[in-house]
Design a binder for this molecule. Sequence first.
Ligand code: LCS
Length: 395
Amino acid sequence: MREYSFDTTAIHGNEDKDQFGSLVTPIYNTSTFIFDSTAQGAARFALEEPGYIYTRIGNPSCIAVEQKVAKLEGGEAAIATSSGMGAITATIWTCINGGEEIIADKTLYGCTFEFFEHHLSRFGVKVRFIDINDEDELKSALNDKTRIVYIETPVNPNLKITDIRKTSKIAHDYNPEIKVICDNTFASPYLQNPLRLGADIVVHSATKYINGHGDILAGFIVADQEMINKIRLVGIKDMTGASMAANEAYLVERGLKTLGIRMEKHCKSAQKVAEFLAKSDKIEKVFYPGLPEHEGHELAMEQMNGLGGGMISFIVKGGRENAAKVTDGVRLATLTVSLGAPETLIEHPASMTHSPYTEEELEAANISPGLIRLSIGLEDADDIINDLSQALDLV
Ligand code: LCS
């Protein structure tokens, strides 16, 4: 499916050039597309003739970047969405009915958790939150109502690693119709391709590494052609309307061209910063898949292209109060949520990204009150280390 290497595909992986031979995909700022005749309009609506209809269903700027992301993930097709939550909700709404069930890990991005725990339940969908790495727990949660097994690896915010191949096999052995959905935001397609490991659908917040510049919201869904057609016509067209706009597609395609070189630097610097943090006597525990002491280290190295990613979490000794001394004390790192930007970002998950979790749910999800999350940027690693070092001195 991918003719060239990752970096080459990120630059050349779109199939159509415009009639002027533009090097860069133009921004097709149009909400709708003109039909030559009523018969042609009818044929397009009936999906009997290829061609554009209306930007909510497809736009040439979006199709160009969809083709690239599909190839980079090893999927047949992709949909560009207005945000990561747009990708997640459009996919779930397409694949689930009232009375059916989803199995997910107890630890997830806060808004995904909130959607699963507090909103899907209003429509009669039950979500079973388990430790997805516990094989027995997974096997006993599977039943004839299960339609989706949902994983996020490395997980937001504590970088737990899930074995995509093993989890997909257990789900599909139970029932081949179950859709295994993997949120690949933290790894990016540069480090990990869940579809190649047995997952059925990949979702992304492209707000993060894929766009990589912290300036827009964006998302992607990648799967086989049949599933993508279904999600486009149900989850996107009718149930969420969460399509990507042409301006955003332009920026995402521009950012995507440098994903490979950016990820190399994010990972190299994160490894160095994690090794520094692991030596600090102010820190109780560091979570970084590239550290040999990380619980999922070996699996991560195998599943994630031998690299640990750009995200680090750590628990400061002394809980929430001392954590705030660090998050308030940094000078170079920026106190904000989100991740995957050129700037190093720092946040406190228990009070920010994971605030939808109750105290008990935070504990069950292994999100300690003293946990700090770092998105390592593209600055010089020594400058990031010096900054964290002076902030830890305040504890
Ligand atoms: N999936 C993961 C793993 C995420 O981390 C996020 C956002 C989303 C999906 C949703 O993407 P969005 O709609 O924002 O594009 N994560 C955020 C975070 O950790 N801080 O701010 C947003």
